[in-house]
Design a binder for this molecule. Structure first.
Ligand SMILES: *Cc1c(COP(=O)(O)O)cnc(C)c1O
Length: 303
């Protein structure tokens, strides 16, 4: 139902640091999978849209902030698969402002936006709020914030396949941990799955443990979460990160974003440099996409 635009390829990143330390670094270009439903969002939406269709539902509703990659991707995916879509956006005050590029794109793709207060938004997974939505909007297929549920995890298990089984480490950036959970579920026992949290805080490990367990009772120990590279928290950035991303883009002609993939690549590079991976290790980084969220700091000058 959702079409693959380009099969994700695996590319070698021949960095000086990797060569010095005798490790091999590769990147799987999930960002190429679709021009608008990029990376892990394509994986997470695939089975959810199939489920909505199977249930005979015509409208997809989901949640997000004003810059959300998930809102952007859901709008495009719903349009392509012939669903109506509703985006419930955090921040009542935004209703009276001109829309940013993310929300503009969502509207252009037919998404209806509903702005709610931060307080109301916090209650969004409660049964009362959901009942109210159903009353207001009719029969809808509801996808949680960030798109993470069991069907999303199922979609993310498909990021790994025959072509990835030789890698020792699989790395991904993490927000809700849905993508990381999919990778854990489908990993080989000899592999280690490493998530780089874009958010400050230590809650993610417990969330992922639950997500993995709730997915067919899976119990695996071959994974970890690194919380050292959030750069101050979600959507926070600094000059060093921006410089790193620009240099990476110049060296390898692969774009990164400053919210997720940039922090992961910075983290991987730093771990290689500090000797975290032993010589001979083969590392695969997953490029989860999200390039719609690149800051103007990255897009304008390339110096
Ligand atoms: C949404 C997003 C993530 C986070 O995915 P989770 O499954 O919520 O952990 C990572 N990278 C990019 C580019 C994203 O857009």
């Amino acid at each position: 139902m959702l079409k693959i635009h380009q099969e994700p390829i695996i590319q070698r990143i021949k960095s000086k640091v990797a060569q010095q330390k005798g490790v091999e670094l590769y990147i799987k270009r999930e960002d190429l999978i679709h021009p608008f439903v990029s990376g892990n969002k394509w994986r997470k939406l695939k089975y959810n849209l199939e489920e909505a269709r199977a249930k005979g539902l015509k409208t997809i509703a989901t949640f997000g902030g004003a810059y959300s990659n998930h809102i952007y991707a859901t709008a495009a995916a719903a349009k392509e698969a012939d669903f109506l879509s509703i985006g419930i956006i955090r921040g009542e005050e935004l209703a009276n402002k001109s829309l940013n590029k993310t929300l503009q794109f969502a509207i252009e793709n037919g998404m209806q936006l509903k702005f709610v207060s931060r307080e109301e938004y916090r209650k969004k997974s409660g049964s009362e709020f959901i009942q109210k939505l159903n009353n207001e909007l009719g029969d809808i297929y509801l996808i949680p914030e960030g798109g993470t549920n069991s069907l999303a995890i199922k979609g993310c298990t498909e990021i790994l396949d025959n072509s990835t089984k030789e890698f020792d480490y699989i790395c991904t950036s993490a927000g809700t941990g849905g993508t990381l959970s999919g990778l854990i579920v489908s990993s080989k026992d000899h592999q280690k799955i490493l998530g780089f949290s874009s958010l400050k805080g230590e809650f993610l490990a417990k969330d992922v443990e639950d997500l993995v367990y709730n997915y067919k009772g899976t119990q695996k120990k071959n994974w970890g979460i690194n919380t050292n590279y959030h750069f101050g928290g979600y959507a926070k950035t600094n000059d060093e990160l921006i410089r790193f991303i620009k240099q990476f883009e110049r060296d390898y002609s692969i774009l990164l974003d400053q919210v997720y993939t940039g922090k992961m690549m910075y983290g991987i590079n730093d771990l290689i440099q500090t000797g975290y991976f032993k010589s001979g290790t083969k590392i695969l980084a997953i490029h989860t996409g999200g390039l719609q969220g690149r800051t103007a700091l990255l897009s304008s000058d390339r110096s």
